[in-house]
Design a protein around this ligand. Structure first.
Ligand SMILES: Nc1ncnc2c1ncn2[C@@H]1O[C@H](COP(=O)(O)OP(=O)(O)OP(=O)(O)O)[C@@H](O)[C@H]1O
Length: 598
């Protein structure tokens, strides 16, 4: 690797590390008091753990060297108090640490989710939808668990090691050196285990992303996979993804298991060493016999907590990677964003078009050429404007630009006389009702879905919208408006979904209604009835209909003919038949196809 490349990587690593720390600080800051109380409770726990063996050894020494019953009783009572304080501290510290970790995890989840609501389609494409789900759920869980483990397993390690070694030196300096040596050996075992496993842990999180993305794709496209008999190929692909994950997970577990076995072996060796060397020191009157029990207990506490700390340390790089991934999402500047103080949408004169494309060009960030080129036309109140063109000519992009899902590359789009970039996105979208090309419904009831268009709509208004949208089938459903809708609306046919999506838009009182190829799944009769009903219903609003069929748009006040992102014709049906060869060709090809309007 070149020096420059490694330098860049180092800078990147530093940046992501500082971004993770900043996010961690942001997540913890609101819970400072909770963190302080957790640490205090932990200190009570540790004090109890170390004080009991100290008092026990004093009790044994008293019992061996004298018959001082009141002295023994005093040590017994001290042990009881230490046990109560220690157990209380343990329970409270676990409880507080769990609350702290759960809140940090929740806040991280909410922060990433709320950010995802600000992002547009392009931003999602860059991050990957599967990865966004992992970042919102799995990554936040890892951070939450690590937080808990850090408090409960890692934070006590330095305190226990230092205090236990100091106490051992207080009993006998040789035993103090022995405990120090044991701590250093354990430290080396810990460092080796962490160094070997940490990189694999980071890779594992990437595998979870990969599995999520692949599974999502397979489950969503399961019908296509079945229809084309691709089950075996897909199974092989998924198996390979799962296999990669399993192989790495097994590797990590092997490292853990080896470290565990070594630690348990070392514990037994250490016990023998302490008793053996302790007996020697008792023999030369350097310490009393009861102190051996305290020293064994200190050594075991050091080793046990170092082993637990090792688990927590192993989680740290993974949690930092998860924090980095979350901070990457939080740092994304949405391509479409509001100004700091967006203008309010003022009431416009009736002569002002509801929306106006003024020499608009647009290019997708990853495209080589413009998708829309120099578009100019207006959408007026009381008029139906239609857009027609071959597939890929840019029709849906026009609808998305109107809703400001993308910003223009050149020119401007006005809504009620104001540049849409100067107005708050939410504010002006409230004035638009949109039926997307893919009619998407949310799981719940029909009424809940329709109220996404207008939360205040009464049942009567919803029924009216359903009737205008030619949704007679809703009357036949057992629950009517309360009939259940599955995720995506999968328990309805394509045509039924389109009608419900149209009803959702009609439930909203808007200045502009955008129908993106919304009539394509309807038969010709229903299409015609719907258009007549809509014309009467939306007489005061501007309507934009994007369509493939000439029969759907022939009555429109103006038709925009699009070819390769350019307007090649603008006028009524009759005018275009006479002046626009592209429109004439489309109309002729459809007549040959035998399509007839009502
Ligand atoms: N996110 C994107 N990134 C890059 N190019 C895109 C993106 N979305 C659409 N395009 C391209 O922009 C062009 C116009 O797409 P658009 O969906 O507007 O076409 P359309 O006329 O609505 O087509 P159809 O009638 O098939 O729905 C297409 O060539 C398409 O490949």
């Amino acid at each position: 690797m070149s020096k420059d490349a490694s330098g860049e990587k180092g800078v990147e690593k530093d940046y992501s590390r500082s971004a993770s720390f900043r996010l961690l600080l942001r997540l913890v800051t609101p819970y400072r008091a909770l963190a302080v109380f957790t640490v205090l409770a932990l200190l009570c726990d540790i004090t109890g753990m170390l004080y009991i063996p100290t008092e026990l050894s004093a009790l044994i020494n008293t019992a061996v060297s004298s018959t001082d019953a009141s002295g023994m009783l005093a040590h017994g009572i001290s042990m009881l108090v230490a046990a109560i304080v220690g157990s209380g501290g343990c329970i409270v510290s676990y409880w507080l640490a769990s609350r702290l970790a759960a809140r940090v995890g929740r806040d991280m989840r909410v922060a990433v989710y709320e950010k995802s609501l600000e992002l547009g389609g392009y931003d999602f494409d860059q991050l990957g939808t599967g990865s966004m789900i992992t970042r919102t759920l799995s990554d936040a869980n890892v951070v939450q668990q690590t937080f808990l483990m850090t408090f409960i397993m890692l934070a006590p390690v330095p305190v226990i090691c230092v205090v236990a070694i100091v106490l051992a030196f207080g009993i006998d300096y040789v035993m103090g050196w022995l405990l120090l040596a044991i701590t250093l050996v354990m430290g080396v075992v810990m460092v080796i285990a962490v160094k070997v496993s940490a990189p694999i842990f980071l890779v594992l999180q990437g595998f979870i992303d990969n599995m999520n993305t692949r599974l999502r794709e397979t489950i969503t496209g399961i019908r296509v996979i079945r229809a084309f008999g691709r089950e075996d190929a897909e199974r092989r692909n998924l198996d390979a993804t799962f296999e990669d994950y399993a192989r790495n997970a097994i590797h990590v577990n092997l490292v853990f298991a080896t470290a565990d076995c070594m630690t348990f072996f070392l514990m037994n060796v250490v016990e023998v060493l302490v008793v053996w060397l302790g007996a020697d020191r008792v023999g030369v009157h350097a310490m009393q016999i009861g102190s051996i029990s305290a020293l064994v207990e200190y050594a075991m506490l050091i080793m046990f907590f170092m082993m637990m700390g090792q688990f927590a340390i192993l989680q740290l790089p993974r949690a930092m990677a998860c924090l980095t991934r979350a901070s990457e999402v939080l740092a994304v500047e949405p391509r479409v964003r509001d100004q700091k103080a967006p203008a309010e949408l003022a009431a416009a004169e009736p002569s002002v078009p509801v929306a106006r494309f003024d020499h608009v060009s647009f290019r997708f960030a990853d495209a080589d050429e413009d998708t829309l080129r120099n578009l100019s036309f207006s959408l007026r109140r009381g008029e139906v404007t239609a857009v027609i063109g071959s597939t890929g000519s840019g029709k849906s992009t026009i609808a998305k630009m109107l809703l400001r899902f993308h910003d223009v590359t050149a020119g401007r789009i006005e809504f009620l006389g104001q540049d849409v970039r100067n107005v708050g996105q939410h504010e002006f979208r409230d004035h638009i009702a949109y039926v997307p090309q893919k009619a998407w419904l949310f799981s719940g009831t029909i009424a809940q879905n329709l109220r996404d268009g207008n939360p205040d709509a009464t049942d009567e208004e919803l029924w009216h919208a359903v009737d205008v949208a030619q949704g007679a089938f809703v009357h036949e459903l057992a629950g009517g408006l309360d009939a259940r809708v599955s995720q995506g609306g999968s328990n309805f046919s394509g045509g039924q979904r389109q009608r419900l999506a149209i009803a959702r838009a009609l439930a909203r009182k808007a200045d502009l209604y955008v129908f993106d190829d919304s009539f394509s799944a309807l038969d010709y009769k229903t299409d015609a009835r719907l258009r007549h009903a809509i014309r009467a219903e939306l007489a005061d609003a501007a309507v934009l209909i994007i369509a493939q069929r000439v029969s759907t748009i022939r009555d429109a006040a103006q038709i925009v003919v699009l070819r390769d992102g350019e307007v090649v014709g603008l006028g009524t049906h009759d005018e275009l038949l006479a002046t626009c060869p592209t429109y004439l060709a489309i109309a002729r090809s459809q007549e040959r196809g035998g399509e007839e309007d009502e």
